[in-house]
Design a protein around this ligand. Structure first.
Ligand SMILES: CC(C)(COP(=O)(O)OP(=O)(O)OC[C@H]1O[C@@H](n2cnc3c(N)ncnc32)[C@H](O)[C@@H]1OP(=O)(O)O)[C@@H](O)C(=O)NCCC(=O)NCCS
Length: 323
């Protein structure tokens, strides 16, 4: 791949991203090792230049991430030059995806059912959307962001016997059960899957988190019964996702779960209000979270809580199905 083309493309992308979304970071070459496939689209009449890096990622059977994605993952970092409304962006992305499809076709793991091809594209970079759709990719998950101080409605049902309290090591069983509820609900929307080992994996994760001095985990109790769970990561544990935005410090909201019979009565909002108070005290600038775009409960809920799409993950399974 020509380094000159890559540098030119990245500089053009940086300019466009700054214009379309002040929370996007500057584009960089991916820090994770790329597989080395040469994915370059030279500029031509009416078409922008583009570069891509492909990363192959195999998840272990006990990996926590296995609930949220396929076992064999192929990720494309796609960078396309151009001004925000340049129609050449779509054309170049289209050609980049053609090249990526040829690359994936030569990899045997892309034919396995439990595989996915994914492109993470800025949600507001709308010039790429039609090209992504044309190749059969589906917008399944977003990373949403909330800036500090972004108002959320007051939690109405702090009344009604609802109490929010920090969780500790004695709460592993209930935290595990409530996390499994999220997986159970979210598996309807495309990327999430309840794996046979999910209970064991989530229990292990809960044990580790709840043993920390500051687990950043809260439970909602109504009349003594636990009805909701929120798990977040403070900036020192959210470094893995901090590069998704140019602002910091970054916190991450990993799990919000309310028991089915208790949904729609303000439990989720009360848990989020508790976290937002903690975020303000900790001086967090941006809070990120993932949610399923097709989840009819979480998508409007997060919008009301002050979160908006920053990145959209476009997926197809198996990876070989990329058109
Ligand atoms: C998303 C979720 C955490 C929100 O928690 P919640 O306690 O239901 O949320 P709240 O009651 O505070 O707010 C939900 C809003 O939806 C409305 N609503 C109406 N009927 C509802 C229903 N059957 N279920 C959920 N919400 C309903 C509520 O009135 C409220 O709107 P409002 O703020 O305008 O009054 C919860 O629905 C849930 O656990 N869903 C399944 C798992 C999930 O999707 N987790 C999030 C993954 S990112």
């Amino acid at each position: 791949m020509s380094t000159v083309i890559a540098e030119d493309v990245l500089s053009s992308v940086a300019t466009r991203w700054r214009r379309i979304d002040p929370l996007l970071p500057d584009p960089t070459r991916p820090v994770d090792a790329s597989c080395g496939a040469d994915l370059t689209v030279p500029a031509a009449t009416g078409q922008a230049a583009a570069v891509g890096w492909c990363r192959h990622h195999e998840l272990a059977s006990d990996a926590e991430e296995l609930a949220w994605g396929a076992a064999a993952q192929f990720w494309l970092t796609a960078q396309v030059a151009g001004e925000p409304d340049d129609p050449g962006i779509g054309l170049a992305l289209d050609e980049l995806l053609v090249g990526w499809r040829a690359h994936l076709a030569a990899e045997s793991a892309t034919a396995v059912a439990d595989s996915q091809a994914t492109v993470r594209w800025p949600s507001r970079d709308i010039g790429g959307v039609r090209a992504l759709l044309r190749h059969g990719l589906q917008p399944l998950t977003v990373i949403a962001a909330r800036l500090a101080g972004r108002a959320a409605p007051e939690a109405a049902s702090q009344r009604g016997g609802l109490r929010i309290r920090p969780a500790g090591p004695d709460d592993v069983t209930v935290a595990t059960a409530l996390t499994l509820e999220v997986i159970r609900f979210d598996q309807h929307f495309g990327s999430v899957q309840m794996r046979p080992q999910a209970e064991q994996v989530e229990r292990h994760a809960a044990e580790q988190t709840l043993a920390l001095p500051e687990p950043w985990t809260w439970l909602a109790e109504r009349d003594g019964r636990i009805v909701g769970l929120l798990v977040a990561q403070p900036p020192d544990r959210a470094a893995w996702i901090a590069a998704a935005t140019c602002r910091g410090p970054v916190a991450y909201l990993g799990t919000l779960s309310v028991l089915p019979g208790e949904r729609g009565s303000g439990v989720g909002a009360a848990l989020v209000a508790e976290l937002h108070r903690k975020l303000d005290v900790a001086g967090v600038a941006v809070t990120l979270l993932h949610h399923g775009l097709l989840n009819p409960l979480s998508t409007p809920f997060w919008s009301r809580m002050g979160y908006r799409p920053l990145w959209t993950s476009w997926e197809i399974r198996p990876a070989r199905a990329l058109r």
